[in-house]
Design a protein around this ligand. Structure first.
Ligand SMILES: NC(=O)c1ccc[n+]([C@@H]2O[C@H](COP(=O)([O-])OP(=O)(O)OC[C@H]3O[C@@H](n4cnc5c(N)ncnc54)[C@H](OP(=O)(O)O)[C@@H]3O)[C@@H](O)[C@H]2O)c1
Length: 285
């Protein structure tokens, strides 16, 4: 039995489906009982837990062969990342209490960066779980290709994609969530000792211009990539409702300046096979 958090999302859902296809039993850890129905219909056990609730997570992780930890995204964290710290504390307490045979924790590219940024939330998670006395794998994927979903309406309506990744011809490592979930399941099924880091990218690095070109094909209308001037980012993010756009801006700076990157040395390097074209076709369809 494998306990899968974030199962109602993109990556967690793929992890669970791969495990079910491999004949494994899955405990779906959901925060909304209604969403659990879908998974119980597929033959999963269902456990209800918020990621900030140590007692509920302890019940969810009891008696399993392995646990998949998916820390929730937070693009607008408070100063010092209190929301991520609440999740980290609950997850650590639950893992201490249940002592599962193995854990795979979804992390991110660039977690080793020393400059603070949005991804520092995952740095804190890795630090907290790296002292667990059990086998832990940190799966560090590249930028998700599915982030293009934020651009599709604008591309369809205006023929433009407003880009924060810059310059427009600079390739960035990206990966499809289908590959992240599949690799997450494969890693969970392995046996290993100690801590390991797996860095995962897609078949090719991707430029913003290539995203526009794939959107042109998928939407059957011309789409061009356009730089959003950095001096406008804070106002744009605030207008979208963010309280503090700085951590997100720092993350974007990290990708654009190259200090958010794969660690390389000491990490296991893996490549997915899902193409950007395939992901965009699906998102547009
Ligand atoms: N986007 C990127 O480019 C990128 C790159 C590298 C790594 N990552 C990492 O990928 C992860 C996001 O994966 P994803 O795209 O698959 O996520 P997603 O589709 O947004 O799904 C998030 C999942 O987490 C659950 N969840 C959210 N808050 C929760 C809470 N407080 N308690 C319990 N469950 C909660 C959601 O449940 P509900 O259905 O109930 O909402 C859902 O199952 C993050 O850890 C992020 O750091 C992202």
């Amino acid at each position: 039995m494998y306990a899968i958090t974030g199962i109602t999302g993109k990556v967690g859902g793929v992890v669970a489906r791969h495990l079910l296809s491999a004949g494994q039993r899955v405990r779906a850890v959901v925060r909304d009982a209604h969403k659990g129905r879908f998974w119980s219909d597929l033959g999963c056990e269902v456990a209800i837990a918020e990621m900030e609730d140590a007692a509920a997570l302890t019940r969810s992780f009891s008696g399993v062969t392995g646990v998949f930890i998916l820390p929730p995204s937070n693009f607008d964290p408070g100063p010092g990342f209190p929301e991520a710290k609440a999740v980290i504390s609950a997850v650590r307490q639950a893992l201490d209490a249940t002592d599962p045979p193995k854990v795979v924790c979804l992390s991110t590219i660039g977690v080793q960066a020393v400059k603070s940024n949005l991804l520092s939330q995952r740095t804190l998670m890795e630090e907290a779980l790296s002292t667990l006395p059990l086998p832990v794998t940190f799966l560090r994927p590249a930028w998700f290709m599915e982030n293009v979903s934020w651009d599709i309406d604008q591309a369809r309506e205006q023929g433009v994609v407003s880009c924060f990744l810059q310059p427009l011809d600079k390739a960035v490592p990206m990966v499809a969530t289908a590959d992240v979930g599949r690799v997450g399941a494969e890693l969970l099924l392995q046996d290993w000792g100690g801590k390991r880091v797996v860095e995962l990218e897609g078949p090719d690095w991707v430029t913003p211009n290539e995203i526009a070109s794939e959107l042109t094909k998928a939407l059957r209308r011309p789409v061009r990539a356009e730089v959003v001037p950095r001096e406008n980012w804070a106002a744009i993010f605030r207008a979208q409702g963010m309280r503090d756009p700085i951590p997100r801006i720092q993350m974007l700076d990290g990708f654009n300046e190259g200090w958010i990157r794969f660690q390389g040395n000491g990490a296991i390097q893996m490549k997915g096979n899902t193409s950007l074209a395939g992901v965009i076709q699906k998102l547009v369809g």
